[in-house]
Each structure stands twice: as structure tokens, then as C-alpha cells.
Design a protein around this ligand. Structure first.
Ligand code: DP6
Length: 325
């Protein structure tokens, strides 16, 4: 038996990834940029049993759903490639946060799984190789391999070897934070994977999304280098609104917002109007993450918690990349 454990944090994109140019290799149409979130993590232990059989996957103590198990197995197969003596894997995974729709548990989950599986098999991939492996399971997972502020490069190659995570700022290099308002802890109706595929195939806005995101990424990297929170926040708000507009325009519309989502966007505007620097972003779900200065995050947290329909507000700061457990 060979076993290893890993902890990886979730991440929140400020310049969103939305659309693949290669579904099998998970290659994006554009680069993206995220913050790794210290308090939202997944811990995963992988044990290769050395025996033939089916892989088993427990998520917070319960057997995973078929789709999740299939994606995990595909990742484990990449690690096992040509080494069938490793045998079936037992995977146990725990999240520090609710696996609510749109709270990116796939990012931390697949980054932790990729690392734990490699380490259990006796491999020592560098961050680049690990992020490429995690990317194959879920695009956003490649960014969770590294800490702080992380770019996922689009790359040009058909084999995806130049599409991986790059760190722009280490965790600790900038005192900013996110307050994440959770409005619904149920599972979301449509997966981001299916909705983004629909956008690539049917959204009349998809080409404009690609063009503007490529520009936004360059601007966001410049804002990050200058530690210009106001500029970065404004770019992040444009990015999520354009992503959602693209998805709403799919032939089968993908609309992730609930009434409290709009109320939260209004609350963030009110905070800004009253002089607190705070900027929203929303993934493929109803929750609203708010970027702010470290010194303001408690005030922002309280303001978000006041909005009707908000179940809880999580606070996160830039966190580290994947760690051995
Ligand atoms: C809206 O990484 O979950 O969170 O690559 O199909 O697994 P797959 O998709 P996933 O999509 C994340 C989309 C997003 C934006 C982002 O994180 O950049």
C-alpha cells in the first residue's frame, strides 16, 4: 500500500475562465487570474492498494456521485499510466467549506487529488507539471496548485504543455481579502462545465468574451503589479458581468443568480458609495465574493451578512499553494 495526503485551497477568479478550446485536455480560450483562498481548503488522502479493483471515493465521509468518481478515476488513470501494479485507489476527501453550487470545491478538490495521487505513487512533479495534471480534471484546479495571485496561461500548443499556473504575487505580498456571501447551500442546477460548453457553441457573445478577456487579463496583471486594488476590482467586476452575460445569452440560458445575489451586488455598490473599497465577483452560482482591503474585510463581512437570504459569510485571505499533509 502506498499512501499520501495533500491540502489544497480553493481559488476565486478575478478574470474568469469561461470556455474551452479543447474539451479533452481542458485547454481554455483565454488565460485567467485568481486569488487562492486560505480558509477554503480540501484535504485528500490517496491510497494505492496494490490490488486490482474499482477506485473508491469518499467525500466528507459519503460515497461520491458517479460523475465525480468518473472524473477522479480519469485523473488517477493519468497518474497510474503504465503502472497498473499501483492498483485500485482509495480516496478520502474533506472540505473546510460547504460544497455549495458555485463555491469552487472542484478547484481545491482536484488540485489536492492530483498532488496526493502523485505523491502516493512516489512521483515528485514540479508546480508546472502538477498544475497541468490538475487542469486535466478541472480547469480552475490548475490555479489552486499555487498560492497568492495566480495566472492560468492560455498557451498556444495543441498538447497543452504551455497551459499552466504561474504565481504573480505570493500570499503575504499584499494585504487584501475576500468576503464570500453564501446564499444557497444546495447543489446548483447546471454545472459550469456544461454551461460554458453551451456558451462556446451557442452564445452570440462568445467571440466578444474572448477578445475582452484577453485585454482584461493584461490590464489585471498590470493592476496587480501596481497593487492597484481599485483598478483590479473594477476589472474583476467587468469580467464576471461579461461572463454571466455570455452565459445568459446561451441558446439554453444559464442564469445562476437568485434574488439575494442582486441584493448583494447592490450592497457592494452601497459600500463603495459610502467610501469602502469593495468589488464583487460571481462564479457559476448564486454566491457573491467581494474583494476588499484586509483592513476593511470585517466591515464588508458585516454588511453582506445583513442582506436577507444570506446564510453565512466566509472570509478568506491570499493562501498558500498545495501542501503535503
Ligand atoms: C466560473 O474549472 O469548474 O468558476 O474546467 O469544466 O472543470 P471545468 O470548469 P471549472 O470552471 C470554473 C469556471 C468559473 C470561473 C473561474 O474559476 O475562472
Amino acid at each position: 500500500m502506498k499512501t499520501a495526503g495533500a491540502r489544497a485551497r480553493s481559488n476565486m477568479a478575478l478574470v474568469k475562465y469561461w470556455g474551452k478550446r479543447d474539451d479533452a485536455l481542458v485547454l481554455p480560450h483565454t488565460g485567467s487570474l485568481s486569488m487562492t483562498l486560505d480558509s477554503l481548503w480540501t484535504e485528500t488522502r490517496v491510497t494505492f492498494t496494490g490490488e486490482p479493483g474499482d477506485d473508491t471515493l469518499l467525500l466528507d465521509g459519503a460515497p461520491a456521485r458517479t460523475g465525480e468518481t468518473a472524473r477522479a478515476r480519469a485523473l488517477l488513470d493519468l497518474v497510474r499510466a503504465g503502472r497498473q501494479e499501483l492498483g485500485a485507489a482509495r480516496v478520502e476527501s474533506h472540505n473546510s467549506f460547504p460544497t455549495a453550487g458555485g463555491l469552487a470545491s472542484s478547484a481545491s478538490g482536484f488540485a489536492a487529488l492530483a498532488a496526493a495521487a502523485c505523491w502516493a505513487a512516489g512521483d515528485e512533479p514540479d508546480a508546472r507539471a502538477l498544475s497541468i495534471l490538475a487542469r486535466r480534471a478541472s480547469g480552475s484546479a490548475c490555479r489552486s496548485v499555487l498560492g497568492g495571485f495566480v495566472e492560468w496561461t492560455r498557451g498556444e500548443r495543441a498538447d497543452g504543455e504551455d497551459s499552466f499556473a504561474l504565481q504573480h504575487l505570493a500570499p503575504g505580498a499584499w494585504d487584501v481579502a475576500m468576503a464570500i456571501a453564501v446564499v444557497d447551500t444546495g447543489r446548483k442546477e447546471k454545472s459550469s462545465r456544461d454551461a460554458m460548453k453551451d456558451s462556446v457553441q451557442t452564445s452570440p457573445f462568445f467571440d466578444a468574451w474572448v477578445t475582452t478577456t484577453t485585454q482584461a487579463l493584461a490590464q489585471a496583471k498590470a493592476a496587480l503589479a501596481a497593487r492597484d486594488l481599485e483598478r483590479l476590482g473594477a476589472i474583476a467586476e467587468n469580467s464576471f458581468l461579461r461572463m454571466h452575460a455570455t452565459a445568459m445569452a446561451n441558446d439554453v440560458p444559464a442564469l445562476f443568480w437568485k434574488p439575494p445575489t442582486l441584493a448583494l451586488l447592490e450592497q457592494v455598490r452601497a459600500l463603495r458609495h459610502d467610501g469602502t473599497g469593495a468589488w464583487s465577483t460571481i462564479d457559476a452560482g448564486p454566491h457573491v465574493a467581494v474583494l476588499t482591503a484586509g483592513a476593511d474585510v470585517e466591515r464588508v463581512r458585516r454588511a453582506l451578512a445583513d442582506v436577507p437570504g444570506v446564510r453565512e459569510v466566509l472570509v478568506a485571505r491570499p493562501g498558500p499553494g498545495v501542501e503535503r499533509m
